[in-house]
Design a protein around this ligand. Structure first.
Ligand SMILES: [Zn+2]
Ligand SMILES: [Zn+2]
Length: 342
């Protein structure tokens, strides 16, 4: 099959022929219909993820058609149209038993723990636990984002941030997950302040419903406090950088909730969290890591009811031959790129 491969961290990303994956006994192989390009792929390529073993095929936010099924799989058949949370849970460890498969102790992640979806085929483990059926008529390019950016944003805003109507939400970093968070927060009845250093990204945030746009190069906490009458109720670092994490915490009003969504591997620098502010303001500092398959129905029903529009977030469609350049350039061009031909 054709796949995007890198042999060294930060090295060339080339499309070449590699052996096809076979399904594990409890897993499937999916013919990839679309695979989004995400900042986490860039982290993996850059050598920030200890799970990645070379040579490697990146790609973790995908949708496609089941092409082969392991002998122990009960619920899925060849031809089913599916997506999958990027965290594939085991289904039986303590967090999984508590319904928190997104922090499974024995998780696998396509594109990190094994070869990913920037390829014609991808293997997915524990299919009965993790696969999610696509609503009829949803194109693969839209559905791919449900594997990572859109579901991650949905759970960060609704499940972890617990945003309620009328609250102010600040979103720091308007890439894929940030733009998704803007849209989800607006749909939840929140008023949104979007922050980014790129005017193009802020334009997209406005199109997603952000009420105020703030230049990330300025004094962000002061701007958010001014616009919201004292600070955000909920603030998300959707980028994953020391500066956006700190700006997010400092943007909160008393008793506000910071949600860390963007990955912060030590290689990009550890933020010095101002714990004195956390105590004095009774701030909550929360982490959010994807969303378990069992939590997808609530999000899918809002999409089917027309309350959420993940399709509006795809700004570029690429062929696999252009995926390497797009992956290496993550963050340099606003919007969301999805590979739709392999
Ligand atoms: Zn991702
Ligand atoms: Zn588990």
């Amino acid at each position: 099959m054709r796949a995007l491969v890198f042999e060294e961290f930060g090295g060339p990303l080339t499309v070449r022929s590699v052996p096809e994956p076979r399904p594990a006994p409890d897993g499937v192989v999916v013919q990839v219909g679309a695979s989004g390009i995400c900042r986490s792929d860039w982290h993996g390529w850059s050598g920030h993820d200890p799970d990645v073993v070379l040579p490697h095929v990146p790609g973790h936010e995908l949708a496609g058609t089941v092409a082969a099924v392991g002998e122990r799989v009960r619920s899925w058949s060849v031809g089913d149209r599916v997506t999958v949370p990027f965290v594939c849970a085991c289904g039986h460890c303590p967090p999984c038993r508590e319904g928190a498969g997104q922090v499974c102790l024995d998780q696998t992640q396509p594109g990190f723990t094994h070869w990913g979806s920037l390829a014609e085929l991808v293997a997915l483990d524990a299919a009965d636990v993790n696969l999610v059926a696509l609503p009829e008529g949803m194109p693969f390019a839209t559905a791919a984002g449900l594997g990572c950016r859109f579901a991650t944003a949905f759970r960060a805003v609704t499940g972890v941030g617990r945003v309620v109507p009328g609250e102010w939400v600040a979103v720091h970093g308007c890439g894929g997950v940030g733009l998704s968070a803007v849209q989800v927060a607006v749909a939840a009845g929140a008023r949104v302040v979007a922050v980014d250093v790129s005017p193009g990204a802020l334009e997209l945030a406005a199109a997603c419903g952000a009420e105020h746009l703030v230049d990330g190069a300025g004094d962000v906490p002061a701007a958010v406090a001014e616009l919201t009458g004292g600070g955000a109720h909920v603030s998300l670092d959707a980028l994953g950088a020391a500066v956006t994490c700190l700006n997010s915490i400092r943007s909160l009003r008393r008793r506000g909730r910071h949600v860390q969504v963007g990955l912060l591997p030590p290689a990009v620098g550890r933020p010095e969290v101002p714990m004195e502010l956390v105590i004095a303001g009774e701030l909550a500092v929360l982490g959010s890591h994807g969303m378990a398959a069992a939590d997808y129905p609530a999000m899918l029903s809002l999409i089917e009811a027309g309350r959420l529009h993940p399709e509006l977030l795809v700004t570029r469609r690429l062929g696999l031959d252009d995926a390497g350049a797009a992956l290496a350039a993550v963050g340099r061009e606003p919007g969301i790129a999805v590979v739709t031909s392999f």
